[in-house]
Write a protein that binds this ligand. Structure first.
Ligand code: NDP
Length: 300
């Protein structure tokens, strides 16, 4: 059996086109241009690349972005003061603090300083808390797990009553992905580095999300025939045939798993493009929330 390939690049392009259309509509209607503020602290090359691509993608859909760069010696107070300033800036509807922050800075405090209504990464403790509770709705859901759910929906996965296994329990991917699946009525198992017999647990999964950061860990005999497999991992492995000397692979051994799974995401071109698309969608939502607040204020 050869799995259906879930084309993250195409699905992300569709989401971006939807966002671009809605942004154009709101601007034509005289509403504000959605604005995304990015905060980059330090000189981590990967973080610089991520922020650049988020700003470029914003521009492509008509979202205005405001880049803020602080040196790696920035103090906790300086970072928090910048966030407070952005909270008050009416042109800004989403604040993205690129993680990880340089050592010595308290990430939790910085994230908690972001206004709940501008928390487009969905990492504010109150948004995370709402996501973790039954019957509560966060204002924003973290982008990568939200993107995983869209990919599953587009591929036709049935969530209700399905056995779902999430490999990884990080705050940014594993845990929120598990919560989203639970809210969709899947029966969810979360695995981590201390879990026993991962292959057997994974084999029970109708839906498998791998977010561990271990190259090609999930093998064909870990996968139930016909399962939906979402590979979040991005890992470099040596490849002498490439000029760079390496290539990117996921947490899933793609070539063998695609022969067993029903549907699978590639790496690259799977989850990666969805993360930015969902950020754009969240920023538009931030602008819509600001409109709703303005209407409520005018009516009060
Ligand atoms: P973290 O390192 O924060 O978390 C990894 C998780 O995997 C932890 O819960 C850890 O367990 C678990 N784990 C590690 N090794 C094993 C193992 N051998 N067996 C079982 N569980 C294991 O990573 P992230 O969640 O931030 O990212 C995961 C992967 O996804 C990375 O490759 C990252 O690059 C990629 N990523 C991709 C994104 C995209 O847009 N495509 C966005 C974000 C991440 P424990 O908790 O016990 O330590």
């Amino acid at each position: 059996m050869t799995a259906h390939l879930i084309d993250g690049a195409a699905i992300a392009a569709k989401v971006r086109a939807e966002v671009a259309g809605l942004v154009a509509q709101r601007v034509a209607a005289g509403k504000s241009i959605p604005g995304l503020a990015t905060v980059l602290v330090g000189d981590n090359a990967a973080s610089q690349t991520y922020v650049r691509s988020k700003r470029k993608a914003s521009a492509e859909v008509g979202i205005e972005s405001f880049g803020h760069e602080l040196s790696k010696t920035a103090t906790q107070r300086e970072v928090e003061e910048l966030v407070v300033q952005l909270n008050a800036d009416r042109r800004v509807h989403g604040i993205l603090v690129q993680l990880p922050l340089p050592g010595g800075l308290d990430e939790e405090k910085v994230l908690a300083a972001i206004s709940l209504e501008k928390d487009v990464d969905g990492f504010h403790p109150i948004n995370v808390g709402r996501l973790a509770m039954k019957g509560r709705r966060p204002l924003f859901v973290p982008c990568t797990p939200a993107g995983c759910l869209v990919l599953l929906e587009e591929a036709g996965a049935q969530f209700r009553g399905a056995q779902a296994v999430v490999l990884g329990r990080s705050n940014i991917v594993g845990l929120p992905a598990a919560m989203l699946l639970l809210h969709r009525d899947a029966t969810v198992t979360i695995c981590h580095s201390r879990s026993r017999d991962l292959p057997a647990i994974c084999r029970s999964a109708d839906i498998l999300i791998a977010a561990v950061g271990r190259a090609q860990m999930v093998r064909a005999d870990w996968v139930k025939p016909g399962a939906f497999v979402i590979d979040v991992g991005i890992n470099r492995i040596e490849d002498a045939a490439r000029k760079s000397g390496y290539r990117l692979v996921g947490d899933v051994a793609f070539d063998e798993v695609k022969e067993v799974a029903g549907a699978i995401t590639p790496v690259p071109g799977g989850v990666g493009p969805m993360t930015i698309a969902m950020l754009l969608r969240n920023t538009l939502r931030g602008a819509e929330l600001a409109d709703e607040r303005a209407v409520a204020l005018a009516a009060s």
